[in-house]
Write a protein that binds this ligand. Structure first.
Ligand code: HEC
Ligand code: HEC
Length: 225
């Protein structure tokens, strides 16, 4: 069931088809569904030509905020380097449909085609992630405890069961290791406030975290690589 959807999106030469404007994002939706439920092999068709096109696209349209290296030029911008391609594509799709809101990103994706979204996601996924060292060992230790054990007293679920023991994520689950600590804190607070609500699970999971715990888990994750 997955395979034909992926194939329908590509011509026999293996390059992405360019459907008409309306069908474009519908096709991306199908592709997304295929990716969410599908095996990673669906993604294996990213070609050298795609990589070159992605490099040009990123330089022109993403680098001024996310950096050519994908690490983000400041605390406001997410590090995209090394994140799962499926997760990145889902976020772009969510910005496109307004399910995730950010004025800057929504402006960017307004004119981003489904093909460009796909190759940019694949491109950033292949870049090495960074990390931010911390000079606060107590925060790191407390953050690691939350990450692996949660907090039974307040009902915080552990994070590792979804984001993985190395916090690298996978598929539609975000990589957290090496992410900018300020960005991590902002996103956790947005899930709590429901101003980011493009995922049903995350709100309930992070809602019981205290400000100190948010700070600690972000410090721990940012320093991981
Ligand atoms: C004008 C600045 C700007 C540009 C240019 C820009 N972005 Fe972003 N991007 C942002 C901001 C700000 C965020 C964080 C939004 C938030 O806080 O929710 C973001 C977040 C993202 C995310 C979600 C990351 C995550 O970890 O959830 C993805 C994916 C993304 N951008 C992809 C792109 C791609 C691909 C391009 C180029 C085609 C691009 N962005 C260009 C500002 C920008
Ligand atoms: C049930 C699985 C699950 C658990 C448990 C979980 N997460 Fe998540 N998390 C996700 C998924 C899925 C996403 C991607 C949401 C989306 O599509 O926007 C995510 C996204 C995030 C993001 C946004 C990343 C970005 O780049 O914008 C942060 C931050 C985060 N999680 C932190 C945590 C923390 C901290 C914990 C533990 C207290 C945790 N998560 C536990 C599934 C989970």
């Amino acid at each position: 069931m997955i395979e034909p959807i992926a194939r329908q999106y590509r011509n026999p030469q293996g390059s992405l088809r360019r459907p008409g404007r309306g069908r474009h994002w519908r096709a991306a939706g199908f592709l997304l569904l295929a990716l969410l439920g599908g095996p990673p092999s669906v993604l294996a068709e990213y070609t050298d030509a795609d990589a070159q096109a992605a490099q040009r696209l990123v330089k022109k349209r993403c680098a001024k905020c996310h950096g050519a290296d994908g690490l983000g030029i400041s605390d406001k911008f997410a590090s995209l380097a090394g994140q799962p391609a499926e997760y990145l594509l889902k976020q772009i799709f969510n910005f496109k449909t307004g399910q995730r809101r950010d004025a800057k990103m929504q402006r960017v994706v307004e004119t981003l085609s489904a093909q460009d979204a796909y190759i940019a996601s694949e491109y950033f996924a292949r870049l090495p992630a960074g990390f931010t060292p911390s000079d606060d060992p107590a925060a790191i230790a407390a953050g690691r405890r939350i990450y692996f054990e949660g907090n039974r007293e307040t009902g915080v679920h552990n994070c590792a069961s979804c984001h993985g023991v190395y916090a690298t994520g996978g598929g539609p689950v975000a990589r957290l290791a090496g992410q900018n600590p300020t960005y991590l804190e902002t996103q956790i607070r947005s899930f709590i406030a429901n101003s980011r609500n493009n995922d049903r699970a995350m709100h309930a999971i992070v809602a019981p975290l205290s400000p100190q715990e948010i700070h600690s888990v972000a410090a721990y994750l940012a320093a991981e690589n």
